[in-house]
Design a protein around this ligand. Structure first.
Ligand code: AMP
Length: 472
């Protein structure tokens, strides 16, 4: 088995990895680190969760150490472009960890925060800058920053940057960076527009491609409630307050809505019921988003409600449940959403709330993922509870959590009939049954990327970190 020390990394970087507790490189790290250390351009076809941040950051740190240039005034030596604020902040945190003993200065700038503060903090330059494209170009336009000293340029999640409308920004940035820099280009998909960008940005790149570990998806048990739109909030409240059993121990729950207003509505109603939750979406300020994420990470709030774009690329260990309060209209988005659970070798549970008018989305999800999504029964007397006339049984004293052991699925349909045909037989890991046994070779399952990433997020929970044209 390859070890980090076999890859040619320096002692300070190896020590930092030791501190992080990483023992062996992931496949993308194994393939990418040696050629990047050799100064080659790289095209990495990989998505979040594969360890790609370390795959580019570790060798780049060593390249910067080796060239030993001074920190340039109002510029940086390594520039990492990321589509969203959350991803940028996450990369910055990793860069600080990985470079802790290398003595490199790391800064991040993202939209939605004070431009003046960014201008001040970049005045003296930095070794590594992680930036969203819009904010970066704002500073360049103001002559507060320049890209003339960039030695290593990273484009992370390039397909997402295009989806978010950053194509013009990326073309501009390409003209501003020195021609002889090293470029590390990452994208989960390779549509034509990305190929064009690659040919403009990279010189004879080494190509490495990794699919996300299928085991991640296989560790996610997937379930489904057929529930009317106006019943969803009540169902959510019953689940989160422990009054309706669902599989798995509820620890940290990430809830997805399609729209920003939807997310706010859910949070507001939950708090009216004494369930504390935060929302992250494009209408929240960057400090609000960061605080919500931090509180969720630290366990101060155990419920986070997010839109797709805001949650993209974020890595929060310990998410026990993903609830799709509204189904995504792009099936691949479902895969991204449920991939927020079962991180770092843990199990996870994904639960979809499907209303009558979302059946087409459900069909698409089943087609793309080939997962069964075992149907769960609604609580007894559910309609009465929804209408506020039925008894809302309080949870047994001291019990607000449900446990996987205690969970005994009732046959679907034993609650209010929902008209989804007969419930499916329920096994221990029903969601796994529908998968073709033993990929590779079989058809792709949930963790696979068939048909590329979801596009057309416009209007569905948008992103505050909009392209420059939208930032005014
Ligand atoms: P990324 O794909 O870069 O977002 O990384 C996904 C997660 O894997 C992050 O939480 C990293 O800290 C973690 N990670 C990356 N490389 C390794 C490794 N070699 N061993 C263990 N964990 C890792």
């Amino acid at each position: 088995m390859t070890k980090f020390s076999d890859l040619g990394l320096s002692q300070p970087v190896l020590q930092a990895l030791d501190l992080k507790g990483y023992e062996t490189p992931t496949p993308i790290q194994e393939q990418a680190i040696p050629p990047v250390l050799d100064g080659r351009d790289l095209l990495g076809i990989a998505q979040t969760g594969t360890g790609k941040t370390a795959a580019f950051m570790l060798p780049a740190i060593d390249r910067l150490r080796a060239s030993d240039n001074n920190i340039p005034f109002k510029s940086c030596r390594m520039l990492v472009l990321a589509p969203t604020r959350e991803l940028a902040m996450q990369i910055a945190a990793s860069a600080k960890d990985y470079g802790a003993l290398a003595g490199l200065k790391v800064q991040a700038i993202v939209g939605g925060t004070s431009v003046n503060k960014d201008r001040n903090k970049l005045h003296r330059g930095t070794d590594i800058l992680i930036a969203t494209p819009g904010r970066l170009l704002d500073l360049v336009d103001q002559k507060a920053f320049n890209l003339g000293a960039v030695e290593v340029l990273v484009l992370d999640e390039a397909d997402q940057m295009l989806d978010l409308g950053f194509i013009h920004a990326l073309r501009t940035i390409n003209k501003l960076v020195p021609a002889d820099r090293q470029t590390l280009f990452f994208s989960a998909t390779m549509p034509k527009a990305i190929k064009e960008l690659v040919s403009n940005y990279c010189r004879n790149p080494v190509q490495v491609s990794v699919t996300p570990e299928s085991t991640t998806a296989e560790r996610i048990d997937q379930y489904l409630f057929m529930v009317q739109q106006d019943e969803k909030q009540a169902l959510l409240e019953l689940i989160l307050s422990g009054r309706h059993d669902i599989p798995g121990d509820l620890e940290r729950t990430l809830i997805f809505t399609r729209t920003k207003h939807g997310a706010d509505r859910v949070v507001k109603k939950l708090s009216q019921r004494g369930i504390s939750a935060n929302a992250i979406h494009g209408n929240k300020s960057q400090p609000q988003r960061q605080r919500a994420l931090d509180e969720f990470r630290r366990g101060k709030t155990s419920v986070l409600v997010a839109t797709d774009v805001a949650a993209r690329g974020i890595d929060i260990p310990g998410v026990s449940h993903v609830i799709n309060y509204e189904l995504p209209n792009v099936p691949e988005q479902y895969v991204h959403r449920i991939g927020r659970t079962a991180r770092a070798g843990k199990d996870g549970v994904a639960i979809a709330f499907c209303a009558e008018d979302e059946r087409t989305y459900l069909k698409d999800i089943r087609r793309v993922t080939e997962a069964e999504l075992d149907r769960l029964a609604l609580p007894e007397n559910f309609r009465a509870v929804v209408e506020g006339v039925g008894p809302t049984k309080p949870p047994p004293k001291g019990q607000t959590r449900v446990s996987r052991k205690k969970f005994k699925p009732r046959p679907a349909g034993s609650g209010k009939p929902q008209g989804d045909g007969p419930g499916k037989p329920q096994g221990k890991h029903p969601a796994r049954k529908g998968r073709p046994g033993g990929r590779p070779g079989g058809k792709p399952g949930v963790g696979s990327r068939r048909g590329g990433r979801g596009r057309g997020q416009g209007g569905s929970g948008g992103q505050g970190n909009a392209p420059r044209s939208a930032q005014g």
